[in-house]
Design a protein around this ligand. Structure first.
Ligand code: AGP
Length: 606
């Protein structure tokens, strides 16, 4: 996620801001900047693409001397990775940094006719809106409060103006902001790690609150400007601990935050009332959407498995569509026979995977439209596809992909839901998927919280095994593959995923006390068939774990049942438990969970 820092006090703001941004580097970013107000109330703004070192270099030639300022590390969501899109943004009398996504920025931008916009960002629009309200004696606090009432989406902002020296206004809705209270100095940060060393006393702003910060402290208000008596709290933990959000590893943080990040993936893209989905990115005309009859989905590893799961949903939603899911490293060397009415979905968290990029280029040579399903904005794949959708899962630091998998499946599902309308897709089914997507973040949070301890103790019980089979049928089959990959790549247990219908065609020969078997069994029309494989394994003494949403009697060594109104997207829910299981097995085996041996976060070589 992006990072925010702010400072007002006796120190040189530039030093505090750059130091604070360095503390936030771990969150992943692609540009950075600071803005300060000097003692003559003149504002200075420096921004750079790339690492903080680039920003520091730029500041060497134009050092900023002020004692008040704001800084930002940007992880691009709206608009590419450019200096113009970097924060802070300056519009009129306003200097501002922003974390979050403003869903209705286009509608607000259209109203602000007196403003020329230099960037493609939603942030600049908010800065202009505040500036447009900051007139005729209205205070900065009041202008910010009035403007934020127009916003749909999420924000964490810090704002200052040369017209009100000594003051920084901060506000949050869905994107954290913390106010550090020092001696004759006040700091602002989106993450407590930037405050350590200055103060341990902080006010954690709540959603819908705004604060006026000066070197004497902070006054907190509601957006309705009712004064609040916010009590400071003590910042616990050390730097490393805090950067992981209090979790022991980034992997656990990313598993647990996927409910939150999924909101960003879904933001502005589903309309549950109308029962419709819409992705802006693919920029396909109606005719182009009508003409699609074959979708090739390209990826590696987890991205491939996300595509495999999405392909089942696509074929359910779009009656006359065929799908082909391919492993990029294989596909790039095959003789690609792509029907003329094809579209290729290029799936990649990093957007830099060499084999996937090579497929993209091969497919483009054949004149087939390529759409990216990518997490890292401005990545090579994102820049080379004809169109596409950012999955907005936020930076995924841990090598094992978790929240990005969920976001990729959901993004491809929304693509299918969108084109289904142009192919006579069943409106009731589209609406059912849309409703499930709306509640999916909350259900993921519930499933993870309800079963966390159980998965932890289950992991302890099975950590000593060196072999595992993961089995599933239909939409549970891609989940079996993904669950096996998660376990093998972080625990180093030899784990294989199989279609459970394949057991009799070979794998069942493996069943003995060296192995344990994980079955994902869905409460759907294939329930009995899925249980067939389970009985075959148990009849041969297999140690079996079942993950299911069924209430029916099932015989297994361990059963994890989830309760949820979600039916169609149950595989996504159950997969989050597989993520937890793999995490705790790896922890029990003492592995480097975030940086497993031999693996890289992005495989940029063949
Ligand atoms: C998944 O946990 C692995 N880290 C790996 O399989 C990964 O999914 C694969 O390398 C593809 O990466 P990408 O999504 O960045 O292209």
């Amino acid at each position: 996620m992006c990072g925010i820092v702010g400072y007002v006090g006796g120190k040189k703001a530039q030093d505090v801001l750059v130091g604070g941004l360095r503390r936030l580097e771990y969150r992943g970013y692609d540009s950075a900047g600071i803005a300060t107000l000097d003692d003559d109330d003149k504002a200075h703004l420096t921004r750079s693409v790339g690492k903080i070192a680039e920003l520091s270099k730029a500041l060497e030639s134009e050092p900023q001397t002020g004692h008040l300022g704001i800084g930002h590390t940007r992880w691009a969501t709206h608009g590419g990775v450019t200096e113009t899109n970097a924060h802070p943004h300056h519009v009129g009398n306003i200097y501002m940094v922003h974390n979050g996504i403003i869903e209705n920025y286009k509608e607000i931008k259209a109203e602000l006719k007196d403003y020329d916009f230099a960037s493609d960002t939603d942030t600049e629009v908010l800065a202009a809106l505040i500036d447009s309200n900051y007139k005729d004696g209205v205070s900065l606090k009041d202008a910010v409060a009035k403007s934020l009432k127009r916003i749909r989406g999420t924000y964490g902002i810090a704002v200052f103006s040369p017209k009100e020296p000594g003051t920084i206004i901060v506000a949050r809705l869905g994107s954290p902001l913390i106010i550090g209270l020092g001696k004759d100095e006040t700091l602002i940060a989106s993450d407590a790690s930037a405050l350590l060393g200055y103060t341990r006393e902080a006010i954690y702003l709540n959603d819908g609150e705004l604060a006026v910060c000066t070197d004497k402290g902070a006054e907190v208000f509601t957006l309705g400007l009712k004064h609040l008596d916010s009590k400071p709290e003590t910042i616990e933990g050390d730097l490393a601990q805090i950067q992981k959000g209090g979790y022991d590893h980034f992997l656990l943080k990313e598993i647990m935050e996927q409910a939150t990040t999924l909101h960003n993936t879904l933001s502005g893209r589903i309309d549950p009332k109308a029962g419709k989905m819409h992705l802006g990115g693919p920029n396909l005309t109606e005719k182009e959407m009508r003409d699609i009859h074959h979708v090739v989905i390209v990826g590696c590893g987890t991205a491939y498995y996300a595509g495999l799961l999405a392909s089942y949903y696509m074929e359910q939603l779009v009656p006359d569509l065929t799908t082909e899911v391919v492993i990029a490293s294989e596909y790039r060397y095959r003789s690609l026979h792509l029907p003329k009415d094809s579209v290729a979905l290029i799936v990649s968290q990093s957007g830099e995977t060499a084999d996937t990029l090579a497929c993209l280029r091969e497919i483009k040579k054949r004149g087939v439209k390529t759409l990216g399903i990518v997490n890292v904005v401005g990545s090579t794949i994102a820049r080379e596809v004809d169109g596409g959708t950012y999955v907005h899962a936020g930076p995924e630091i841990s090598v094992a992909s978790t929240k990005a998998f969920t976001a990729q499946v959901v993004a491809m599902l929304m693509f299918a839901g969108m084109i289904a309308e142009y192919h006579g897709g069943d409106p009731k089914l589209i609406a059912e998927f849309t409703r499930e997507l709306e509640i999916l973040p909350k259900e993921i949070e519930k499933v993870l919280n309800d079963n966390h301890d159980t998965m932890k103790s289950l992991a302890k019980k099975y950590s000593k095994f060196d072999h595992a089979l993961y089995l599933g049928r239909d939409t549970a089959f891609p989940i079996a593959l993904e669950g096996a990959l998660k376990l093998k790549e972080i625990s180093y247990i030899h784990a294989e995923g199989y279609a459970s219908g394949e057991l009799k065609h070979g794998p069942i020969a493996l069943v003995d006390d060296r192995f344990f078997e994980v079955f994902t069994i869905l409460d759907n029309w294939l329930f009995d068939k899925s249980c067939g494989g389970l009985h075959e394994v148990r009849a041969r003494g297999g140690k079996t774990i079942v993950l299911t949403n069924s209430k029916a009697d099932i015989e297994a060594d361990d059963i994890i049942r989830i309760e949820s109104p979600i039916k169609l997207l149950t595989p996504i829910l159950l997969n989050t438990l597989q993520q937890l299981f793999a995490y705790y097995v790896a922890v029990n085996r003492g592995n480097d969970v975030d940086q497993p041996r031999n693996l890289a976060k992005s495989v940029t070589v063949e």
